[in-house]
Design a protein around this ligand. Sequence first.
Ligand code: NHW
Length: 412
Amino acid sequence: GPDEPSKTMEEFLFWKTQRVPQFGDEQTSLKQGPIDAKVTLADISKEPVNLSRNIQGFEWCTMDSSNDDHLEEIYTLLNENYVEDLSSMIRFDYSKEFLKWAISPPGTKSDWQVGIRAIVSKKLVAFISAVPLHLKINTAEVESVEINFLCVHKKLRSKRLAPVLIKEISRRVALYEIWQALYTAGVVLPKPIATARYTHRPLNWDKLHDVGVVAVPEGVSEETMKSKYVVNKKQNLKYVPFSEEYYEETAILFKQHNQRYKLQHIFKTKEEFLHQFLPIKNVLSSFVTLNDEGKVTDFISYYILPFNVLGEKHKTVETLKVAYLFHYCSDCASTLDNDRSLSARLGLLIQDMLTDAFYKKKCDMFNCLTTQDNGLFIENENFNMGSGFLNFYLFNYFTEKINGGVSKITKD
Ligand code: NHW
């Protein structure tokens, strides 16, 4: 299955030493909670992890995404070395504005953007980041961090720098007495607490076909495919961009709706909520729908990620713009027949987001995961199951596998 490891637990030379659930410990009677609850600040080194055992001529640095030069360096490292699709056809091209939004939410600590530089040239060759995260796992609230944007320059791969970066960020997080983390990855590591699949809804069929990320199935005409993916010109519902004035109502709705899920991101302050959900040009689109009395009935958002098209063949098309469904909530989620009314409402909301993404934001594709209640519309709205999976992990925390019921979204 998609969450099966490609090697034995013994072969995870790094991960078998870490406070994470191990493959093969299914039989243990661990209860939900920290794997090691005894570690204290006194156990944490005040010195950075030793780098020179792995590579010579490099040093740790602390990056600051509010510094434009630093942001440019992080952007360039990721742009050239971050995640590619399986056949190296496309690579993420997170914009600078996106990165800034993702790695500096309220409460971020100044030493949680960690880099490695060449001592002489000062070139940035590796990166990892942490941001604060209030998690709710079943009924427990867990103060944690989210780890993302782990990246090692292509020329420095397989030198065990990833474990060194992970140990260093763990140390820097622990200095604030935070002992749990959430992270997601396409690769299977010990041991996923949930696995979701990517689904893709073509918007600009011609362009996607040209790049080669969609294909016409045998025996089907290109016209048939194109007509299948036509996007409505007109929206079903009335929207206003989400703004501060809708905060109170939306936050209440959000909290109610999210009770449906077992793994969720909780927003404790207005500042946190607004940071995640206020629209940002070319990065985040977010809307509320209002009823006749002007009351907020739904909230929906998606973020935009550009991709670089790799390879000589596609000189004419350089980037793809992909929309990713982000958080949403609806007052339908608390009605009696909630699945049925939520399903109908989500259908309308999603169609409208396709319209906005395609006609207004010029996106080429709309992606969503099989998380939240997305199963209610994926098929009807022509989202196709993709080849990629996203595994969810918790560091130093044990919980039963969560099948369905994930609403936490990481920005990848
Ligand atoms: S997932 C995206 C990760 N980034 C990329 O895929 C970018 C392109 N690839 C690279 O830059 C989202 C390199 O290939 C990387 C590995 C850096 C991935 N997560 O240095 P070595 C995130 O950012 C293990 C965790 O020689 P490399 C989430 C691998 O299994 N571990 O490999 C990040 C092996 O360990 P093993 C990963 O190719 C979450 C070891 O690394 C991994 O040169 C981080 C090999 O290292 C991955 N994505 O560099 C965890 N990929 O046990 C946070 C490989 O098998 C944990 N590995 O021997 C929490 C910490 C905070 C706690 C606080 C309480």
